[in-house]
Write a protein that binds this ligand. Sequence first.
Ligand code: FAD
Ligand code: SF4
Length: 495
Amino acid sequence: MTTTVWVLGDQLNRSISSLADRQPGDCRVLFVESTSKIESKRWHVQRLHLVLSAMEHFAAELRAEGFDVDYRRATTLSQGLMAHVDAFDVETVVAMEPMSYDGRAMLERHGVQLTRNNQFTCHYDDFASWTEGRKSFKMEDFYRWQRTRLDVFMDGKTPVGGKWNYDHDNRERPPKDGRSWPEFTAFELDDIDRAVLDRMPGTWGREPQGWWPVTRSQALQRLDEFVERALDPFGPHEDAMLGEEWKLAHSTLSASLNLGLLHPQEVVDRAEAAFHDGAAAINSVEGFIRQVIGWREYVWCVYWLWMPEYRTKNGLGADKPVPPAFTGEASTELACVAGTVSHVHDYGYAHHIERLMVLGNLALTAGVDPLAMTNWMWASFVDGAEWVMLPNVVGMAMHADGGMMATKPYASGGAYINKMSNYCKGCRFDPKKRTGDDACPYTTLYWDFLARNEDAFRSNHRMGQQLAGMRRLANLEEVRERAADVRSKLFAGEL
Ligand SMILES: Cc1cc2nc3c(=O)[nH]c(=O)nc-3n(C[C@H](O)[C@H](O)[C@H](O)COP(=O)(O)OP(=O)(O)OC[C@H]3O[C@@H](n4cnc5c(N)ncnc54)[C@H](O)[C@@H]3O)c2cc1C
Ligand code: SF4
């Protein structure tokens, strides 16, 4: 056994290209847990626990299959590899192409043989070829290309139902009838889970309650439960927010997908089958498939296309720290922030709109440094990883890339949150007001953001209406004074 297959912590699947054709006896399997990585961030306890526990579970599954597994703890991944090579008679180390840019560079430095990453439906090299010769490569065009070439939810050459996009049906306001939402199984913690928890360093957040699948079989069960119980209502309530309900009908599958426990192809296949079985409506199925083989894969591919420069983009020169109201270091009177942060604290999760329109929007309009925001979210969410955080935070939420991801910033006042959530009802601020002690901080900061960045957006024709609205404000000076006060209180943890 002179060959080692190195399985990285987010490649936890027997079908990864480096392992798929291997049998016990023809290679040794290496896992490395890096203590410097563990100590590099203030991780949410559920996030750190999930990754370490899932690694240990997969190592145990491979051992049970008969593989010789070397599970190491080392200061860095490099040191773990070198210690492994010293300890055994190793001629070749093989690994699947990693998820991160720096990870890839490190493996190349060590001469590790890389196999092609098969954890997505689109490899970034294929995406790069697709972009060649195109003036723009919008997500919508990519998504249609994906649907067609993968033959997902297609009727020959046309999309099932005749339309590519059902977003129009997927923007319902939150229901006011106090209904109950789909429930998923929380998995009982086993011996591995408990042992991992016992050796966790200082973290924050609510201790693991078994919400996040740590094995493939748990992840498959979550997929079943989502398709059976939540896929049908997923679409209409995709954008709605409810303070008392952390996930509504969202799938909660991102963590399992990002660790490799599930493959996106099997996930969309299940959604498509549910439509053909009459178990889920077309708008929900199309909306879900769009997220998985559209947005998720687009984000993955642009990360590789734009790295490493993308990491330091800060087109709007934002330089403020992450507000203490987000990190839990201060309480907050902003009901939407308090609700979203409580979801993050309790589950290491907030759904897409809470991430984008509550946390991202406030960070954008208050001028938070995009990299600081990326790092905080990466450490705080169970599904965080650099490849998915950078385009979503730096590009989508913070508009720090000058419009490479989104042609206009996702900035809005309190009106959007008031329309799509029940947060404002219980808040001491008024979403309609932009000045005065009870003015909604989102509304105040929104106008100030437009005024502050007028030059940056002047040539963006999609921002024309918003800028004209800002210029028409009779009390802009007063708004900007209040915005300065809001920003200073927000960063001092007094709002
Ligand atoms: C500021 C910000 C930060 C984000 N950070 C992350 C992150 O660290 N990790 C992460 O996986 N997603 C991230 N997202 C994308 C998205 O919010 C999450 O994937 C989603 O909320 C996860 O919950 P879910 O599994 O219940 O998703 P659902 O709403 O059920 O959606 C289904 C699946 O679609 C995929 N998906 C949908 N949108 C995106 C997207 N924009 N990028 C990538 N995948 C997407 C996810 O895999 C998700 O599981 C972020 C979005 C924003 C705006
Ligand atoms: S009024 Fe403003 S701060 Fe309060 S919940 Fe609504 S959007 Fe959030």
